[in-house]
Design a protein around this ligand. Structure first.
Ligand SMILES: CC(C)(COP(=O)(O)OP(=O)(O)OC[C@H]1O[C@@H](n2cnc3c(N)ncnc32)[C@H](O)[C@@H]1OP(=O)(O)O)[C@@H](O)C(=O)NCCC(=O)NCCS
Length: 212
C-alpha cells in the first residue's frame, strides 16, 4: 500500500506535484518549507511545517518524502535536500502524472518526477531525483543521469546520455547518440548536434547575415 507523503518545498514545483498527488488520492501529511511561496489553491488545507527538523518527527519507515524543490540552472538546493534525507534513511516517492506515457521497458530511479504529457520510450533509464518536465520526450535508450532537470518541451532523440546535475532548458532539442557531461546547462531552445563537455553552458547560435 502507498505510504503517506511529506512534501519538501512549497513553491511552483511543489504545487504541480501536489496537484498530481491529489488526483491520485495520495495522503499528504504536510508541506515542509519556511514559507508557502506560491498562492496556488492546491496548498489549501495541507498542514504546514516550517523547519527541515520537523521531518525527523516522522518515522522514516512509515512515510515517503516528495522533493518539491524546483530546479533552475546551476542551483544545487534540490539535490542537497535529496542527499541529506536519503542519508538519514528516508525514501523519496516516484511521482508520475496520469497523462505521462512511460514504456514498461524503461527504468525509473528513486524520487523521479514525470509531469503531464511527457513520454519516456523503451530502454530509457532515468536517474534518481531527476525531473522530466511537462511535455518532454525521452526517446528510446536514452540514459539520463541523477539530479537532471529536463525542462518543459525538451526533445531528446534516441540514445542520448547525460551525466549528473544537468539542466536541459525549455524547448531544447538534442539529436541522437549525443553525450552531455556533468554539471552542464543547455539553454532554452538550443539545438545540440555535438557532444557537450562537462561544466559547459550551451547558448543558441545567433547568425545574422547582412544581405544588402
Ligand atoms: C542559458 C541560460 C542558462 C543562460 O543564463 P545566463 O548565463 O544567466 O545568461 P544571461 O541571461 O546573462 O544571457 C546572456 C545573453 O544571452 C541571451 N540568452 C540567454 N539564454 C538564451 C536562450 N536560451 N536563447 C536565446 N538567448 C539567450 C540573453 O538574452 C542575453 O543576451 P544579451 O547579452 O543580448 O542581453 C539561460 O538563459 C537559459 O536558457 N536557462 C534555461 C531556462 C529554463 O529551462 N527554464 C525552465 C524552468 S522550468
Amino acid at each position: 500500500m502507498s505510504k503517506p507523503l511529506l512534501i519538501l518545498g512549497a513553491g511552483g514545483h511543489a504545487s504541480v506535484l501536489i496537484d498530481i498527488l491529489l488526483q491520485q488520492k495520495r495522503e499528504i501529511l504536510g508541506l515542509v518549507s519556511p514559507e508557502i511561496e506560491s498562492n496556488s489553491k492546491v496548498f489549501n488545507g495541507i498542514r504546514h511545517y516550517k523547519s527541515d527538523d520537523d521531518v525527523l518527527k516522522f518515522d522514516k519507515k512509515s512515510i515517503e518524502l516528495v522533493n518539491g524543490i524546483g530546479s533552475l540552472p546551476g542551483d544545487r538546493l534540490r539535490s542537497s535536500i535529496y542527499n541529506k534525507f536519503l542519508e538519514l534513511g528516508y525514501e523519496f516517492a516516484i511521482v508520475i502524472a496520469p497523462s505521462a506515457k512511460i514504456s514498461g521497458y524503461a527504468e525509473i530511479g528513486g524520487g523521479v518526477q514525470v509531469f503531464a504529457g511527457a513520454i519516456i520510450q523503451t530502454g530509457a533509464v532515468i536517474g534518481a531525483n531527476t525531473i522530466i518536465n511537462t511535455g518532454s520526450i525521452i526517446e528510446h535508450n536514452c540514459i539520463i543521469g541523477q539530479n537532471n532537470h529536463i525542462a518543459p518541451g525538451v526533445t531528446l532523440s534516441g540514445q542520448v546520455t547525460t551525466e549528473e546535475n544537468i539542466h536541459i532548458g525549455t524547448g531544447a532539442s538534442v539529436i541522437q547518440s549525443i553525450g552531455i557531461g556533468k554539471n552542464s546547462i543547455v539553454g532554452a531552445g538550443v539545438v545540440i548536434t555535438k557532444n557537450v563537455e562537462e561544466n559547459t553552458i550551451c547558448f543558441p547560435v545567433r547568425i545574422a547575415k547582412k544581405v544588402i
